[in-house]
Design a protein around this ligand. Structure first.
Ligand code: FES
Ligand code: FES
Length: 137
């Protein structure tokens, strides 16, 4: 990990006081889980969403084993997606995260991880819902 003087204050804030760290029940049909890894550095990020009956994300949690920028990106991502619809959450781009955290070019892949983790969590949730519908049809 880089010494903290290389991090922007927005990163340090999310790194020192990460929001929404933790785990949701993977088995719950309202929970979608996305697990992604960065080949470049070996960092791993898990992001989960809990979706209510109106299709809104009522909760989100993350666990990230990685650098400060990856932790900050996932913390910010969970903050942004709580309260959003699935489409709104899917529209979040890594460039938005990178901009908010003022990530330098070498750290852009850290925010990419967060975007990928959101998308994987949403598609896991959608798969579960489709399977439920198929089972009850
Ligand atoms: Fe330090 Fe990824 S660069 S853990
Ligand atoms: Fe690889 Fe940040 S250095 S996720």
């Amino acid at each position: 990990a880089a010494p903290r003087r290389f991090y922007h204050p927005n990163v340090i804030d999310h790194y020192e006081r990460p929001r929404n760290v933790g785990l949701l029940d993977k088995k719950s049909s309202s929970v979608g889980t996305g697990l992604v890894g960065a080949p470049a550095c070996g960092d791993v990020m898990q992001l989960q969403v809990d979706v209510d009956e109106n299709g809104r994300i009522r909760d989100a949690k993350f666990k990230t084993f990685g650098c400060g920028s990856a932790i900050a990106s996932s913390s910010l991502a969970t903050e942004w997606i709580i309260g959003k619809s699935l489409d709104e959450a899917a529209a979040i781009k890594n460039s938005d995260i990178a901009k908010e955290l003022c990530l330098p070019p070498v750290k852009l892949h850290c925010s990419m991880l967060a975007e990928e983790a959101i998308k994987k969590a949403l598609s896991d949730y959608e798969k579960k819902q489709a399977a439920l519908k198929a089972a009850s049809a």
